[in-house]
Each structure stands twice: as C-alpha cells, then as structure tokens.
Ligand binder design. Structure first.
Ligand code: HEM
Length: 466
C-alpha cells in the first residue's frame, strides 16, 4: 500500500535504527547513564553526540528522543494516528480517570469538541478577575509575612497561588485552607502520585503496600469531596461562574445528554492537575531567570508602571503588557514546563532516515527543539526580543503547549494567568537570587528545579493608584 504523509511509510528492516549511546549495557540499556545524569542531561549529551534522533533504551523500554521540529510535526500532527498515548499516561489515569488528557481517537475528539467552548475568550474573561484578586492577595500576605524583605523559596509560593486560582476557577472553592478535607485529600493524592511517578517499580494499585493503601484512601476521600462539590453545584444557583458549572451545561452533540458525574469528576481533576503545576513552574523559572537579567526586569517594570500606574493588572491590560508576554514566551522556550510529550508507536515508521519500530516510546522534546541551533540563533541566550510580533518560524520550532489537534486546551487561560501574576510581582517586588541558590532543571513529567529556588525578595513601597 503506498504511504501518504498521514500514514507511516513502509519501513524495510534495512533502514537503520536510530543511533544509541555507546555506554548502554545489556538488559539495562542507558539506565546507568540516566540514573547518573538524569533524563534531561542524558538526552542533551546524546543529542550532541548522536544527532536529532537517537535511542535511549531503558531496560526493556525502547525510547526514541527526537529534537527536530519535522519529527514533532509528524508525530503530533501529520501521522498522529500512528502515535498514541499509551503506558506513559498510566499514572495520570489512576488519579484523573478517563479525562481529556488521556482519551484517544474518536472518544477524545468528541470530548474535545464538547469542552473547547468552555475555554473560549468570553469564559476566560469571566474567570480572570479571580486571577487578579488572588495575585493581589498573595502580595498582601507577603507584605504581612515577610515585612520589607525576606529570603523565600519561590516555587511553593507559585504552586500555592496557581492551585488557588485553578481551584477557584474550577470549583469556586477557596483551597488556601489546607485543613479542609478536600485540600488534604488532594495533597495526599498528589504526594502519592508524585512518589509513584519517581519509583522504578510501580506495583498495581490492588497490591496492599503502604503507599498503595495511602493512595487508595486519598482517592476515596478525593472522590467523596469532588462528588460532594458536583452535587452541591447541581443544587445551588448562586450565580458564581466556574469551569465546573460551564461543563455541567454542555450537551453531547449526538445524544443531547449532559456529562455524567463520573465524567465531571474526571475532567475537573484532569484540569486541576494539568492546570496548576505547569503554570507555577513557568512563573518559578521566569523569576529565576529574571533574577539574572536586571536589564529585562527594568524594561518589565517600565512597561508595568506605564500600563498600570499602580493598579493591579486585569485581563484588559494583557494586550498592552506586550513585553511581559514576550518574557513569558521566552521563558517557555528555555524552560518548557512539559519538556517532552510521550507517545507509543502503533506501526513501524521512519523518521529522519531511521526506523521507528512499532511499540517504541517516542519523546518529541520541546526542550531540545527550543534549543536547536538551526532554528534559534544563539539558542542558550535569554532574549525575549525573539518574540517580537511577526517573527516567523517552523510551526513546530516552538511548541511549549504542544501543537496540532491536541494542543493544550488551557493555553490561553495559562498565558493570561502568567501575565497577570508576573506583572503583579514585578509591580510590587524586587528580587535577587540568594547566593546559596544552586538549581538546574530536572525532569519528572515536568521540568522542575532541582532544589529550592531561594530568592531575596524586597517589597516595593505601595503606590496608591491615581
Ligand atoms: C504553562 C502552562 C501549561 C503548559 C506548559 C501546558 C502544556 C501542555 C502540553 C504540552 C499538552 C499536550 C500533552 C500531550 O499531548 O501529551 C497539554 C495538554 C493539556 N493541557 Fe496544558 N499546559 C499548561 C497549562 C494548562 C492549563 C492552565 C490547563 C487547564 C486549566 C491545561 C489543561 C490541559 C489539558 C486538559 C490538556 C489535554 C488536551 C487534549 O489532549 O485535548 N493546561 N498541556
């Protein structure tokens, strides 16, 4: 059968497999390399030595890392039917069930069409005031808690704020009270989930290990809480618009049926999980990199002062906070919170002259592509001016939110949120890296700092708006 750009070409066995690191050993593959340096550093080293397409076998898992935008485009767009979300999303499914992020094929398409209108601009406008209010509240708390200056690990602060924002956007719930059952269950579930993600042996949930029992307990409490919130939302009409209420109002195109409680549970947990850590990391990396670029901070402060004149930023200011947005775009280039997406290969394919056998896990990596010297001059340099309006580039040279049909549904929500939070911080604070702060990016599913991002934070005197 002749191949088309949308179907994998026939791949005779004579086509070579991608090169693999020389240091790999039988049975373990590149595991010692990855254990020693971490997946990110190992990938960077292999990329330099082996080129844009290389194998990184880990035990029996055949992983292929890809740095060229053409290959990301083939996997995520042109031949996407050949690349499915398989085992890589097993842990996420355990917590979030059968939500948009993990669905496949027709079931995914149907759900995406149903949910897309929930994220349209007019709904983000409805939710944005809470981003302004909660960012302002964080600054007030910092003033009370830290006085004029303090040394602060900035990442937990960003996680707390983005959790509050997405929690309130979804459920209308103030989740800053960590003693509430809902937040405790979520914290427990997230902690177990993250521990599971890091452990080499992930035993099935029915095996009664201590970790599994704790996770099962947390999931039960979480379910009880989320179903309670859904039930309450069904029976109260206080006019507060939340993502949950918006999702309750959508109807299946073919049957006219609303989403079931189970669907609502899975989608709200999916949005909560996909929607806070990613944005928190983007802001943490932004502050980390800005602390080392005082010229950029100066330009940001000038823009924020001119546009806001002491007011807190709102969604209506975002179009005018052009440089703030360029800074966020550049942070997402150098530190894409989702450093790679993962797919399982259905049929043999060929990418960049190499055979990709069925069953391989392919990792098109935004982190590598965003540093590709053929597409980004002086790629390691932090330079927000790359994102001036009208700059042209390959469709997949920049894809922090992925690209193609499965592009992140929350990308506008997140960009508005990041602009509002960053502008609020720049308006109210100065910050430098604490001399003891030594971090580098580490990968789990997301691109996290290797340790606390300690900053010396000073609060600017409050300006009363004219
Ligand atoms: C800086 C922040 C964010 C980044 C870097 C990011 C990145 C991504 C990426 C790379 C994907 C594709 C994953 C894949 O196909 O394997 C994705 C999908 C998704 N994201 Fe985001 N995301 C961010 C914020 C958000 C927010 C705020 C929400 C929701 C409120 C959200 C909800 C989702 C959902 C539901 C999907 C699945 C979409 C689908 O498959 O149709 N994300 N995101």
């Amino acid at each position: 059968m002749p191949s088309t750009p949308n179907s994998p070409p026939e791949s005779p066995l004579s086509i070579p497999l991608p090169p693999a690191p020389k240091t790999r050993i039988p049975l373990l593959g590149a595991l010692p390399l990855v254990t020693k340096h971490g997946l990110l550093k190992a990938s960077l080293t292999c990329w330099r030595e082996l080129g844009d397409t290389f194998q990184l076998p880990i035990g029996s898992r055949q992983m292929v890392v890809l740095a060229h935008p053409d290959h990301a485009q083939a996997i995520l767009k042109k031949r996407r039917k050949n690349y499915i979300k398989g085992s890589a999303y097993r842990n996420f499914r355990m917590l979030a069930g059968d939500g948009l992020l993990t669905r496949e094929g027709e079931r995914w398409l149907k759900r995406r069409r149903l949910m897309q209108p929930t994220f349209q601009a007019k709904n983000i406008h409805l939710l944005a005031p809470l981003m302004t209010r909660l960012s302002g509240k964080m600054i007030e708390r910092w003033r009370g808690q830290f006085g004029e200056r303090a040394t602060v690990d900035i990442h937990p602060e960003m996680v707390l704020l983005t959790q509050q924002i997405v929690g309130e956007a979804l459920f209308g719930l103030d989740i800053s009270d960590r003693s509430e059952d809902a937040t405790r269950a979520l914290d427990d579930a997230l902690a177990c989930f993250s521990k599971r993600g890091n452990s080499a042996a992930q035993l099935p949930l029915w095996i009664p290990t201590r970790g599994n029992l704790k996770l099962r307990r947390a999931l039960r409490t979480l379910d009880k809480t989320v179903y309670g919130i859904i039930d309450q939302a069904r029976h109260t009409r206080d006019g507060t618009q939340t993502l949950l209420r918006m999702l309750m109002e959508v109807r299946e195109a073919d049957t006219g049926e609303p989403l079931s409680d189970l669907d609502l549970r899975d989608e709200t947990i999916t949005l909560f999980l996909a929607g806070h850590e990613t944005t928190a990391l983007t802001l943490t990396w932004a502050l980390y990199v800005l602390a080392q670029h005082s010229d950029v901070v100066e330009r940001l402060y000038t823009e924020v002062s001119e546009v806001l004149d002491g007011r807190l930023p709102t969604i209506d200011d975002c179009d005018k906070l052009v440089y703030t947005r360029m800074v966020i775009d550049e942070v997402l280039r150098l530190y894409p919170a989702v450093w790679t997406v993962a797919r399982n290969t259905v049929d043999d394919d060929e990418l960049g002259g190499f055979r990709i056998p069925a069953g391989s896990i392919v990792l098109p990596s935004a982190y590598l592509t965003h540093r590709h010297p053929d597409f980004w001059p002086d790629p390691e340099r932090f330079n927000p001016d790359r994102f001036r309006a009208g700059a042209k580039r390959h469709e997949f040279a920049y894809y922090p939110f992925s690209q193609g049909p499965r592009i992140c549904i929350g990308n506008s929500f997140s960009l508005i949120e990041s602009q509002i939070i960053l502008a609020t911080i720049i308006q109210n604070c100065t910050f430098t890296l604490d001399p003891s702060c030594r971090v580098e990016p580490r990968t789990q599913i997301t691109l996290r700092p290797s340790g606390p991002v300690r900053m010396q934070l000073a609060l600017r005197p409050q300006k009363i708006p004219a």
